[in-house]
Design a protein around this ligand. Sequence first.
Ligand code: EPZ
Length: 416
Amino acid sequence: MNKIRVIGGRPLTGKVRISGAKNAALVVIAASVLARGESIIENVPHIRDVEILLDILRGLGAEANWLTDDTVSIRVPDNINHRTPYEKAKLLRASNLLLGSMAGRKGVADISLPGGCNIGSRPMDLHLKGLQLLGFETRLEHGFIKARAGTLHGRDIYLDFPSVGATENIMMAASVVPGQTIIENAAKEPEVVDLANFLNAMGARIRGTGTDVIKIEGVPELKGIRHAVIPDRIEVGTFMTAAAITRGQVVLENVIPTHVQPIIAKLRESGAKVREKGDCIEVIGASRIIAVDLKTMPYPGFPTDMQSQFMALLSLAEGTSVIVENVFENRFQVADELKRMGAKIKVEGHTAVVKGVPRLYGTCVKASDLRAGAALVLAALAAEGETEISQIHHIFRGYENLVEKFTSIGADLQLI
Ligand code: EPZ
């Protein structure tokens, strides 16, 4: 079964429990390479990217076992192989997060250049700049990034862009490099903070995550510990938008509201009612969706990972919305598929102008990347008639139990 069929037009109602964050689980799993002894990681989502990363670790000689349906035990021996296999590493971007932890643990790392979504060129120049400043020699050779420890010492590192991955790789390597490292213009995403919490519990000395400046005092070694991953703020945003686009009423459980403030603000601007109640959020969709302008920015700005989902919502707004994608250079691919459903969208460079239409129509569409796929599910839930979405492997990279969760709140959605 490699398609999702949706019969649209039904308001979603009910409760959904949010899973652990893909982009926190992946980097915490990568960081476990730094630990001597067992790491036990809780609230890990059973998604394709997590399964692939665990498989890569097993292939390198680590033990990685599911203890329960959301808890993983990982043991990484001293003789772990430092070279990731190309055929698996190319399947996901997050394989590049093994660069910092492997270099930190072994002093050497050969990391196959990552694959992942085709949403942009995805360079790693900032990752390499950081490692070089710490004293690693790095070179690109036959599709691999090779890092070799020279004279390692903490340094001041300025990031030209607050790259999430570069901040994470530098933090992991610097946590075991002697001396003080300061990362300036660091990424402030909650997943970066979660990684620092994991590393500090392992014995690292990291301060300032969640701000522009992160200070790291290197320590000789890190020990495995138990850690629970934060909830997935992008899954929260996706289901909140599903409630809004279907004019439904949905309660999301296991949420950290502060992580989704930019999404809540934009949903309210578009007319939806959003109520925060502890670790729950209730969204009540409005009959009239109001056009809003959107600019994606690094955290705490509006997240790029929610841009496609909002494009689907705004396709049904009264009025014209202007969306500016400031983080990736090729993240409007879902526009062509939404237009096949009747949306009126004009893309020019980093800007998409969305002229709202009264209704969308079900048809055959294909997912081009993870969040575009999620956006097509949302559009299909609101469209008149039947939609078939192909290339759905993209969607299962990042959403756990997607079909079960949507059908549990009334969606007529099934795998075919
Ligand atoms: C992480 O990707 C997430 N992935 C992405 O989520 C997310 O969209 C992105 O951060 C931004 O929030 C994981 O955490 C596994 P970046 P990452 O480095 O680290 C440029 C999803 O849908 N850049 O912050 O790769 C880059 O080209 C995925 O869950 C450089 O120029 O993102 C991009 O334009 C998609 N040089 C911008 O920075 C570098 O060395 C943001 O990239 C690194 C990045």
